[in-house]
Write a protein that binds this ligand. Sequence first.
Ligand SMILES: NC(=O)C1=CN([C@@H]2O[C@H](COP(=O)(O)OP(=O)(O)OC[C@H]3O[C@@H](n4cnc5c(N)ncnc54)[C@H](OP(=O)(O)O)[C@@H]3O)[C@@H](O)[C@H]2O)C=CC1
Ligand SMILES: O=C(CO)COP(=O)(O)O
Length: 323
Amino acid sequence: MINTARGDRVDMAPVTIAIIGAGVWGAALARLARQNPQAIVRLWSRRSPESLAEAIGGANFVLSAVSMKGVSDSITRLAATEMPPSTVLITATKGLDAQSHQTPSQMWHSAFPQNPIVVLSGPNLSQEIEHGLPAATVVASYDQGAAEAAQRLFASNVLRVYANLDPIGTELGGTLKNVMAIAAGVCDGLQLGTNAKAALLTRALPEMIRIGTHLGAQAETFFGLAGLGDLLATCNSALSRNYQVGYGLAQGKPLDRVLAEIHSTVEGINTVEVLVAIAREQQIPVPIARQVHRLLHGQITPQQAVRALIDRDLKQEFEDELL
Ligand SMILES: NC(=O)C1=CN([C@@H]2O[C@H](COP(=O)(O)OP(=O)(O)OC[C@H]3O[C@@H](n4cnc5c(N)ncnc54)[C@H](OP(=O)(O)O)[C@@H]3O)[C@@H](O)[C@H]2O)C=CC1
Ligand SMILES: O=C(CO)COP(=O)(O)O
């Protein structure tokens, strides 16, 4: 166990972290890292005047906070630098690659097999972080030392950081809940009530676990902060962009108008494509994700999506759970 009380920071050697991706999450993570007086924090984006090689020079940690569509580009850019194998790579992206169906940490590992890889994920709405509100998150890695180093780096009096050894589960919790947040937005937008919302979120979790365990996650991770925690935060907050998509569709707005109004990254739109493709190939039941997929493709109305979920064949509550 690590004691991360603020007073212990005097024992921590100075560390440098370079954050790639200066979107809202990259900026919020930079703010969090700056709470640590021992951390030198550099925030870099492809629009920055300095080169990436300069930004990562001497960094102990390189954190990627780019959206899923920027992960491949960022890997290519970083591969062109001379990053040493001791640099800890932290990924904070919540998405799945459309072609390979890989998670970001798997892509980073393929490109940099020698570097320790850490996943950072949890119920972390960036606007609340920017307002200095307290939160908790998870840093997960197969390399316990790397996860604990990231834990020491980010722990502060506004952020409680837990470490675990399941990076894939931690990453998929944050990724798959985005699809469920679209459904939750529909539920609230149609004013279906608290009973319906509780049913939706409760049934969303086993759906995430079925896909997640198929992709290599540990089931118990989904009951932690990066799974249930992030599901609750995102599905219950109008700050969530994925939730806003569902809410806007429930109000009868077309998807392109909803997206134009949000004008920011909405990872659930791509994630549901990958999720449904995997579910089809592997015959994994994902009823909520399927309705979100049909809704986003304009094949059904929000009301028809709700009806389709209720009209499914009757079944035992736990008959096909992987728990
Ligand atoms: N916002 C939040 O509350 C949270 C977000 N996340 C996750 O963090 C990730 C980023 O989200 P967020 O910051 O909110 O989104 P934003 O839309 O604010 O920012 C997206 C970032 O990705 C970068 N990017 C996109 N394409 C490329 C590319 N081809 N090459 C390099 N960089 C690229 C953008 O760079 P540029 O500015 O140069 O376009 C920008 O820095 C997402 O996966 C999201 O799910 C995780 C937890 C919380
Ligand atoms: O992942 C998030 C909170 O943990 C952010 O959610 P949105 O991408 O839906 O805004």
